[in-house]
Design a protein around this ligand. Sequence first.
Ligand SMILES: [Cu+2]
Length: 382
Amino acid sequence: MSDTKPTDHAVSALTTPASRRAFLRQSAVAAVGAGVLAACATKAEDAAQGAKSADSGKSAANAARPGASAADTDQSGGSTAPHPTLPDTRAQADAMDAMHEKGVKAFPAKTEGKGNQVLQPRMDGRVKVYEITAREIQWEVEPGKRVKAWAYNDQVPGPQIRVREGDRVRVVLKNELPESTVVHFHGVEVPNDQDGVPFITQPPVKPGQSYTYEFTAPNPGSHMYHSHHNAAKQVGMGLLGAFIIEPRRPRPIEKVDVDYVMVINDGFHGYTLNGKSFPATEPIVAKQGQRVRLRFMNEGMMIHPMHLHGMHMTVIDKDGWPQPAPWRCDTLNVAPGERWDVIVNCTNPGTWAFHCHILPHAESEHGMFGMVRPRTSQRPAP
Ligand SMILES: [Cu+2]
C-alpha cells in the first residue's frame, strides 16, 4: 500500500511554521499530542456532507462514511485494478489535502477566552468561598467562530474549583441569565439540601437572584458542577465546570508531572474539548519519561471514545472512585456524566493525535481535525 504515510504527513504538517517548531521544541521529546475532538463542521454540516457524498445506488456502508465519494468506490464489478488518475480527480484531491493541511498548520490556534482556569477562593475564616456568576457572553469556539454562550465567570468550561477533602466550601451563585438556574455538584456526596435540583432540594434561582451552597468536601475525585435546571439547554450553552476534590492522602500512583482536565461537550457549540474546537484545542505537553494524569469529564449528551495514539492509558479512577486494579487501554469510552482518570507514561516521543473515535466528531471532508490522520478516501489510487 503506497497511500498511507501518516507519519510523514503529520510531521511535515507540524514542523513547517516557526510556531510549530517552537511548540515541538518545547515539548521536546514530548509524548502527548493535542486533544482533538471537534470539528470545523457542525453536526448538521457533517450530516449534509454524508448525504451529499452518498450517491444513489451506493451501499449503506459507504453512505455512512462522511468522506466517501465515487473516486474510492470500485463500481466495475470487483476488479482491484487502479483507475487511471484523471486530472480533475487529482485537482480535487489536492484541494482537499490543502484544506486539511491548513487546519493542522493552524494548530494550536489562538482564540479569545480560555475556560477551566483554576478559581482562587476568598477565605472567610476557614471557609473557602467561590463566587460564580452565570451570564450570557460571546465565546470564540474556534478562530472566527463566535457563538452565544451561557457561562460561569465568562468562561467555558466555567472556572475549575479545586479543593481538598475535608475543606469547608461555600459556592455563591449569582444569576444574571434571562432564566432561572441552579448549581448541582455532580458526583459530590453533599448533604441533600445542597444538591441543587429545583423543586426537589431548593427553589430555582431567579434572574437577578443569588444563592449560596455550603458543605464540607466529602468523597475525593474528579467531579463536576453544572446547571440542573433546563439543563439540556443550559449545560449545552456552557454552564458547566470541573469540581475536583483532592484526597487528603494521595495514592503513590497519583504522583504525576502534569494534571490535565479535559471537559468534553457536544451541545450548541459543536464538539468541544474544554470549550474549544480543533484547531483551537490545547496541546497537552510533557517531556519523555514524565507522567500525565488526564481527567476526562463528559458534560455532553453523547458517548465519546477518547483515543490516544502511540501510548496506552492506565485507568485509575471511575467517577472519582479508585479502580480495584489499574487497567490499560488506548480507547476509553466516556459516557455522559462520567469521569475517568487515567495516567499516561510518556515513553514514546513525538507529537501524537488524541481524538474522539466517533469519526464525524473529529474530522470531515473540509477539515482535517488535526493530527488525526484521516484516511482520505478521495485520494486517487496509485
Ligand atoms: Cu465523540
